[in-house]
Design a protein around this ligand. Sequence first.
Ligand code: ATP
Length: 275
Amino acid sequence: MSAPPSTAMPAAAAGTAQEVLRLEDVTMQIAGLTAVDHLSFSVQAGQIVSLIGPNGAGKTTTFNVISGYMRPTAGRVLLFGEDATAQPPERIAQRGLVRSFQRTSVFAGCTVFDNILTGLHLRGGSGVLQALMRGAGFRREEERLRAEAREMLAFLGLEARAGELASGLSYGEQRLLGVGLALAARPRMLLLDEPAAGLNPSETEAFKEMVRRIRDSGITVLLVEHDMHMVMSISDHIVVLNHGKLIATGGPQAIQQHPEVIRAYLGSGLQRAQA
Ligand SMILES: Nc1ncnc2c1ncn2[C@@H]1O[C@H](COP(=O)(O)OP(=O)(O)OP(=O)(O)O)[C@@H](O)[C@H]1O
């Protein structure tokens, strides 16, 4: 299958470039330190965009500001064309930007199927009162969600594991399931925080494939990642930070040849990715 179930097609799929996220002069000071320094960049719909930079560059802080976990000291965040600066995370998620965390965040004691079903329920639709009344409408909705959960598992490549406890999945499969939970919220944009961390090479390949399929289904993906092979092979666009400041933006080819990026990464992963 080519799309996670019930995902609205974005404007990019209709052939018009559209800005989904824009940071304007965002600064974030933490305990007297400037973690993000007058940062401006934008993300176009339907792309995989990677936010990279050496350790301490400000990537996680930028994610926290975008997803509403931190209120910026200065500047604005525009999400889908509207000001979203310092809105709480749940409001930002409602508007269509959903974050999948670095740690696995699945319900370990539930089956893989029930994990996704719970995610779909959390999105709303069938409320507690409706569940208690157990009317025909509720049963129809439940059957629809179960079908959607099966489709989602097929999209994730986890259908064979549907009946197993999430705790029995490999680490890589748990990360796929974690993304499935994020997708269950039907995001227009997905934030992935170091998705390849701790994955072996074949799990990384499977994850890359899924990220591409997510993008191809019309969901914009913004990721923070240290694995430069992954970044260079899947990104449509790359934003590079160093010491909280933007030092370069562009496609993978241009970024790998950018003198300031090479300087910032001297002796680290970028050179290995080029090798
Ligand atoms: N809660 C905090 N308290 C104090 N300093 C912080 C806090 N969060 C971030 N910082 C500092 O802000 C700077 C940017 O950190 P951030 O975690 O955003 O960088 P990063 O690019 O995500 O790094 P890494 O790649 O190592 O995860 C660092 O100097 C960090 O020490």
